[in-house]
Structure formats: C-alpha cells, structure tokens
Design a binder for this molecule. Sequence first.
Ligand code: 5RP
Length: 252
Amino acid sequence: ENVAADVTTSSSPSPVTMVQDELKKIAAYKAVEFVESGMVVGLGTGSTAKHAVDRIGELIQQGILTDIIGIPTSIKTQEQALSVNIPLSDLETHPVIDLAIDGADEVDPDLNLVKGRGGSLLREKMIEFASKRFVVIVDESKLVDHIGGSGLAMPVEVVPFCWKFTAQRLELLFEEADCVAKLRICPKTGDPFVTDNSNYTIDLYFKKSIGDLKAAGDAILRLPGVVEHGMFVDMATTVIIAGDGGVTVKNK
Ligand code: 5RP
C-alpha cells in the first residue's frame, strides 16, 4: 500500500529478446543516476551490482563524479571496485552511508527481499542497514508474489560449528512450511561454501508459506549458531526493475 505511492514507469526501446544481463545493466545504470559527488556509497555484490560498480568507476574516471567513497559488501566487490579506481572505506570509518545499490534474488510487492544466493548477505545487510537510502536493482525475473514462494533458496549464514544441528533446528522451526535445509556446497571443490566471514550458508527451501516475515526472521535469529538470514524486510527504499517493457522505479 505505501509502496504504490510513488511508481514511475517509462517506455524503452528494449527489444523483447533483450538478454537478462542487458536488463541488469539498465537497472544498474538507472540506480547510479542517484549517486552524487561527495557521497558515501554502499557497493553491492552480484552480477547486477557489478554493472553499478563499473558505472560508478567510469563516471569517476570521466570526472563526472568526484569525492566518492565506496563501501564494498564483499571481498569480490572490493576487488572489482579497486580495479575501477573507486576510493574505498569501511563501516567503522563511515558508519552512515548516503546510498547503497545492490541486487536481490527475490522482491515481493511490499519491496521485501531475499538476498544472499550470491553468498554475501551478512556484509550486505550490515551496510544496507547503515544506508539512508537503499536502491535495489533487478530484472523482472526477480519479482515474486511472496518471499520464499519461488521454491528457490532462502539463505541463512551460520557458524560452521555443529552446522548440522543448526540445520535441523531450522527445519524444525519451519516444520509447518515443509522446510528442507541444505548446506551450500562449492560446486568447484565439493567442499562447504565458506563466506567472506569464514561462515557456512544453509539454504532453506519452503513448500508452504512461512507466514509473517518479521516473525520468521526474528525466530531464525534466536537460534544459537545462526549469524544472519537473507530476508531483508522493510529495508529497500527504492526498487528499480528492468523488463522488456521498460524500467519501473518503485519507492517505499
Ligand atoms: C549476493 C546477493 C545478490 O545481490 C543477489 O544474489 C542477486 O545477484 P545477481 O545480481 O547476480 O542476480 O544477494 O549475496
């Protein structure tokens, strides 16, 4: 209801066959229009956010953006941002961020998100929590009717110690939603996927609704062994959606 208050849509010449990566780039470039010289900017992680980081680097290079300080949400983004000469800092030095730009795995009609299928949810949540404005960039494939309803993973970052115990407790917590908890494995090595914070990720799959998102998130966080979950409830202030029909900007 509060979401529909400020929706702008513009047509675009995008061909119907426009590939997903081009849509991601369109959303990313639109988000970078909100970046102003002198801002502290949260730099997201993933194939969509990558376009935003490249674009910010390009605008710095051209002298169009000056005095930008980037706060990266992962080691991978840190490396990418350095490669395009974005000056970087951290949350301790810059605890207030003007604007963060990041992708998402799912976006519901109230602009709640699932994030973390790319493995960086903890740093993303810390940095986006500290941001005055959080702009999410997605192609339209990320839109869902309700969080957890896509049948795809809802990630939870856990400490490696007794992770099987934590996985069992997570399944028990969401028994009524027919939850299956799976340890994320690195496809290249066959070993557990290790986050930038030296933790593991447990991916939750739900067959039924998990109900109230805030209550579900709070219950997850009360489990010893859990570090953070991938539901970003009431955090996005703007979502930019690129689709074959053009770009839609939704504001909270
Ligand atoms: C990483 C994330 C990403 O933002 C999310 O997975 C979307 O990634 P992509 O833009 O590659 O689809 O949350 O932890």
